[in-house]
Ligand binder design. Sequence first.
Ligand SMILES: [Zn+2]
Length: 299
Amino acid sequence: MNVHWNQGSEDCVKNPQPPIQVHQYNAQTFILRESLCATYEAPFMYLLIGKRKALLIDTGAVSDAKTMPLAQRVISLLPNFASRLPLMVVHTHGHLDHRSGDDQFRTLRDVEVVPTDLASVKDRFGIADWPKGLGQIDLGDRVIDVIPTPGHYSSHVAYYDRRTGLFFSGDFLLPGRLLIEDTDADLASARRVAEFVERHPVTYVLGGHIELDQSGKTFFGTRYHPNERPLQLTRQDLLALPGIVEGFNGVYANRGGYVLMNQNRILILLGVGAVIVLVAIILILRDLWRRVRSRSQSN
Ligand SMILES: [Zn+2]
């Protein structure tokens, strides 16, 4: 898979970029990406078309249909535009950069938007035993397995397309920062996924973002990604994940080419650090004030 993704721009006002890039992987599979100029998250979304139904995985970071005509573009990619297939909209997880386009789909006919809360995810995909069980979505001659992968987000799931062997990993595994909210859950997910891919052929692992360049440097919060590394990871990367998550200190680490971090804990530590600095400043000022006062009294 050799795709050159739009690299955004150093100045998106002077050099605006098209809002959505679409790569046709095969006749029934599309990879969509929101432009870096529209959102520095530049999330990927995936459209899989079956005989009876189409499936969209994630709806991106931009809600406004005028600046980001996602629904319009997705519908235009469906066969028989006029009497088109029903569309099911699902998510890898509930972070806003993966579901902000939902409202664009809610008003359309023959479109179901599956919510991201755990109860809905379990119920709609038929996952009785969370997180050990699997769910299925049948698009008619195309079955997608739904694999619980909590850790980054409590109701995170990955999707495996039996027809193409594509594994859609969301933010559970991507070329970039692995943000881990719950290390134990994440490690257990990595182990279960490794077991799953031992038994299934995987062509590519496709995640939610690209945050690394070719030399391994991390992009974050920038609308310009020169020399981005490719989107696709491999089965081998999934198999190596348990070893990378194992032994993670739960705050921040650089392991196996990924940056692992728990943003909540880092925020708490930064908060505690700020309080310590503040208290120290108050103590120093109080001390100075006392000295000045005792000097003026002794004069
Ligand atoms: Zn996320």
